[in-house]
Design a protein around this ligand. Structure first.
Ligand code: AHR
Length: 630
């Protein structure tokens, strides 16, 4: 029997409690959320022609050469020079990111920067070609003169095809220079030109996330300092954004993704805009002057940190500053004069040791001096039980840090064993952000890991412990978020996509269920005199939703048998409610492209009789009960 003390408020649940961690890993951005279909559109990959192939029709003669302006402070220095010496047909094709996912009757926007040398009469024929070789969409572009100019045409596709490609032919004889060759679907999120994949954003919006952390992850740190993420290079006109090799373009767990780069078409402005769209508080994380310690581990000398600290201060101005401030003006010029209302900033990701603490202190001093209202999210390294963690925890406490970002990639058992992790946590001092977690079915980031029900169930049990301790734990997010089925480096992941499809895993269903059933305050749910944390394999938490006057009970049955759960709800006087269940008899059950909703919520009515609610919990189930209370 569980006793629920509806009149005893234990903690306030922060609006940020359940959120999203985004990183450009597993083709999360380019090839994923960022809907650009052309790979290496500006020829800036290390291999300038990666993704591109010369095309010649029978008898055609032509040539291509990649030009590099060699102006080293300029982004996008390369362009391609094409020359057709016959009428027969000479051009280029682009393979897309694992092909191009094309939808019948959808509109496509093609654009290109082009210039034509004097005397040349060539025009461009653009063709979308399906996997069977048929042309499924086409358009013509007529470059007009000797100066660089952007040309845009739109056309409809006649067929759905997950593996199309793009041809750009020169019509007639002559030469042309091309750059930023781009193709976007028109059905992007909010139909924004050059925008994001709508199905992927919709899955995020459906979670009603409290926050969105971006852009990572290790990607923030980079393989070395030169290749760190620099937010200032990701704003402004897309053609002026400086492409970067992706930190996950390394051999990782015997997998290599050599074509993984960041075009930054999804840059910091777009991240803030996404947060606003889906109602999530923005949580950017910045490099703290340290490269990934699992990689080169380079650091910036303490006396050289100023540009890094300036990046942090300028980011706050970019997000929140008035339109007449230097960086607020740039935000306004990009179409958003209103502030983005950023309240938190992360400094460093998974950085550790004295090297981190001494850099963090420099950032903290500068940020708090200018923006005392900004809460700083601090790294706790990678091992929630190890010495590094203990050291950081001590140091961060001594600094009176705002929020500590803890990461747990562990076996399902760890999550069950740690459901009480914060029950006796020191209430004075820093709050906790469970910033990256995911139960690993095999081993950390093993390519054999599965997003199975056993892992999702263990995460749900752990999450009841986070919610119960909402006075300490103010934010939590599963990680990583997205993975492309043909381009991933790390598994498990919350949402899987291919070129046309996407689905939420069992873990996604758990995250969403908790998030859309977030209460406002925690009330005790006791098993005897103790928190419900593992007795008879049951884990639970209770909260009140003050907006709707509902009691929300979350109960996880981790055993493979049905169990009766009887609740005595203090103060309840009989009312109807709902029970939403996620369950499977099989711990190895997964959702998939073929069966995206194999594990999905089912709802039924429940009845409180007097102050009693008796329900039967299915084997291996996550249950959310909502009941009206006065
Ligand atoms: O989520 C994948 C990686 O795991 C992140 O980049 C890093 O922060 C952690 O080690």
């Amino acid at each position: 029997v569980f006793t629920v003390r509806t009149n005893e408020v234990k903690a306030t649940i922060q609006p940020t409690m359940w959120g999203i961690f985004f990183e450009d890993i597993n083709l999360g951005a380019d090839g994923g959320l960022y809907a650009e279909l052309v790979k290496n559109r500006s020829f800036e990959f290390d291999n300038a022609l990666m993704g591109w192939k010369e095309q010649k029709k029978e008898g055609a003669v032509g040539s291509l050469v990649v030009n590099n302006l060699a102006v080293f402070d300029k982004a996008n220095r390369r362009y391609i020079h094409l020359e057709s010496k016959t009428e027969a047909g000479y051009g280029l094709s682009n393979e897309g990111f694992r092909g191009m996912g094309i939808k019948k009757d959808n509109g496509y926007d093609f654009s290109v920067w082009a210039r034509r040398p004097a005397g040349s009469k060539v025009t461009l024929k653009v063709e979308l070609v399906g996997s069977q070789g048929a042309v499924i969409g086409e358009a013509t572009v007529v470059p007009e003169g000797h100066d660089w100019k952007k040309y845009a045409v739109s056309f409809k596709a006649s067929v759905t095809d997950p593996k199309a490609h793009l041809n750009v032919w020169l019509n007639g004889m002559g030469a042309v220079d091309l750059d930023m060759i781009s193709l976007f679907p028109q059905d992007t999120w909010k139909q924004r030109p050059g925008g994001l994949r709508a199905d992927m954003v919709q899955l995020l919006a459906d979670m009603k996330p409290g926050f969105l952390r971006f852009p990572g992850g290790c990607i923030v740190e980079g393989r070395n300092i030169d290749e760190r993420f620099q937010w200032k290079k990701t704003i402004g006109k897309v053609e002026d954004r400086d492409l970067l090799i992706n930190r996950w373009n390394v051999e990782f767990k015997h997998r290599l993704t050599p074509d993984y780069y960041q075009s930054f078409g999804l840059g910091f402005f777009e991240y803030f805009q996404l947060c606003e769209d889906i109602g999530a508080a923005p949580l950017p994380i910045l490099n703290c002057g340290m490269a990934c310690q699992f990689n080169t581990g380079e650091v910036v000398p303490l006396d050289q940190l100023d540009p890094f600290v300036d990046d942090a201060l300028d980011l706050i101005e970019f997000a929140n500053g008035p339109v007449n401030s230097e960086w607020g003006k740039k935000r306004a010029e990009m179409g958003h004069p209103a502030p983005f209302n950023m309240k938190m900033l992360g400094v460093g990701n998974e950085n550790w040791g004295p090297l981190y603490i001494e850099r963090l202190k420099v950032f903290t001093k500068a940020i708090k001096a200018k923006y005392p209202e900004i809460e700083i999210v601090n790294s706790s390294g990678t091992d929630p039980n190890g010495d590094r963690f203990d050291y950081l925890n001590r140091e961060l406490r001594a600094m009176n840090a705002d929020i500590i970002d803890e990461h747990y990639y562990r076996a399902p058992k760890w999550f069950l064993d740690n459901a009480k992790r914060y029950d006796s946590y020191n209430r004075k001092g820093p709050k906790i952000f469970a910033g990256e977690y995911a139960a690993q079915s095999v081993n950390i980031a093993s390519p054999d890991n599965k997003n199975n029900w056993q892992c999702a169930l263990a995460e749900a049990a752990f999450m009841t412990g986070l919610e119960r301790n909402a006075d300490v734990v103010v934010m939590a997010s599963y990680a990583p978020l997205f993975a492309h089925a043909e381009g991933w480096q790390w598994t498990p992941d919350l949402i899987w996509v291919d070129n046309l499809r996407s689905y939420g895993t069992a873990n996604y269903q758990v995250q969403k269920l908790f998030s859309v059933n977030k209460g406002s305050v925690v009330v005790p749910m006791l098993f005897g005199n103790e928190a419900a944390a593992g007795q008879k394999g049951l884990y639970g938490s209770a909260s009140l939703d003050k907006r709707t006057n509902e009691l929300i009970l979350k109960v996880v049955n981790t055993l493979g048998k049905a169990q009766d759960a009887d609740f005595i709800i203090e103060g309840a006087k009989g009312s109807r409610g709902t029970l939403t269940e996620l369950s499977s008899n099989k711990l190895d059950q997964v959702n998939s492209f073929e069966e995206p909703l194999a594990i999905a919520p089912e709802q039924k009515a429940v009845q409180v009789k007097g102050n009693k609610l008796d329900i039967s919990l299915k084997p291996y189930s996550v249950n959310v009960i909502r009941i009206k209370v006065s």
